[in-house]
Design a protein around this ligand. Structure first.
Ligand code: BDR
Ligand code: CA
Length: 346
């Protein structure tokens, strides 16, 4: 069983990450926090609630609104891709019937949930947990007494501001979690020649997370750009149930996304980035990965937000990120469509 917290900025592709995460028999989705990025955090919160309502999960997954601005920089939003609502669609999504948690800040809600879950799944007092959990350390053979603790995975599909604040304010959480994130690029960016959007929105937060010692899996643009929503993919989705309102909405969401990518990037088909960070947890065997040193550029105006991937280990620094380099894309679509079938039945 896997215990997941999803931090996202829905966002068309984030919506599919939610759908995939909500219908995995082996997952327990502990909650969803929202972040600014594709739109303001007020809008991404409403969108998360709408998606849950659409797939029959309204009220059964906690939603909490995260911070509204990056750690030190002004906010950046992306209506060019996701529209004025952040989840534009020609058919309206259902109005949420359930409210988000508002009595505590998101990072407090996350910390409480992660601590209590960690305690339950390890059947232990959290004070006995070892503090370091770097990727390399995880690959060492276990020492005599140490059985590795079961961890909660934070899936991050937006900028890393909430996650960075969680690690800064509640450092004990770092020993209880892994991170699977959609973000960064090995080569070319999508918001500048050097940087991918999620990292560029808050490079300082990304730096905190990448240097935290927490085990990170990163699904970069090189991999997400294989998940192209071709007309054949749309047809498969339509065939799930051509008369259902859910399927019609999903298809319209993808059409809006597709038109944005055609206009902005001249892509014939849009890449559905975010569900890949969830798919890695469902079946890591469909991905190829390489553990390497990755650092975040925060100083240069030319390459701000670059994920500097040290593939050949020039720096000799500790390897800190499991970088996905390829995916069996047919298996990914099978996985996503299976979960859409379950969403449709709900
Ligand atoms: C990422 O940026 C956002 O617009 C998408 O939702 C995705 O998380 C791709 O660069
Ligand atoms: Ca996103």
């Amino acid at each position: 069983r896997q215990y997941i917290w999803l931090d996202c900025d829905p966002g068309h592709d984030d919506a599919f990450a939610i759908m995939l995460a909500c219908y995995q028999p082996n997952f327990e989705l502990l909650g969803i926090s929202t972040i600014m990025g594709n739109q303001t955090v007020d809008k991404t919160t409403v969108n998360a609630l709408k998606v849950l309502e659409l797939i029959g999960k309204g009220g059964s997954v906690d939603v909490v609104q995260g911070v509204q601005a990056p750690l030190v920089r002004p906010s950046m939003i992306c209506p060019e891709i996701h529209g004025l609502t952040g989840l534009d669609c020609s058919i309206p999504l259902p109005t949420p019937k359930h409210a988000p948690i508002t009595d505590r800040p998101a990072i407090q809600v996350m910390a409480e949930k992660i601590r209590s879950t960690f305690k339950t799944i390890n059947n232990t007092d959290q004070s006995t947990v070892p503090t370091s959990s770097a990727v390399v350390a995880d690959q060492q053979p276990d020492s005599a007494a140490a059985k590795p603790a079961k961890k909660i995975t934070i899936v991050a599909t937006g900028s890393l501001t909430n996650v960075a604040l969680l690690f800064i304010v509640y450092p004990d959480i770092k020993s209880m979690v892994d991170v699977s994130l959609m973000g960064g690029c090995i080569n070319i960016g999508n918001m500048s020649p050097a940087a991918e959007f999620n990292i560029l929105v808050d490079p300082e937060a990304a730096k905190v997370v990448y240097e935290s010692g927490v085990k990170i899996t990163m699904v970069p643009l090189e991999v997400t750009h294989k998940a192209l929503v071709t007309p054949a993919v749309i047809e498969r989705i339509q065939n799930i149930n051509p008369t259902s309102n859910f399927v019609k909405i999903v298809v319209e969401l993808l059409k809006f996304f597709s038109e944005s990518y055609q206009t902005l990037f001249d892509f014939p088909d849009p890449p559905l980035h975010d569900p890949l960070a969830v798919a890695y947890l469902i079946n890591p065997n469909i991905f190829k990965c390489k553990v390497m040193r990755v650092d975040i550029e925060t100083g240069s105006s030319l390459t701000l937000g670059r994920t500097v991937c040290d593939i050949f280990n020039f720096s000799k620094l500790e390897k800190n990120v499991n970088v996905c380099t390829d995916v069996d894309i047919e298996k990914f679509w099978d996985m996503l469509i299976d979960s859409l079938v379950l969403c449709d039945k709900a």
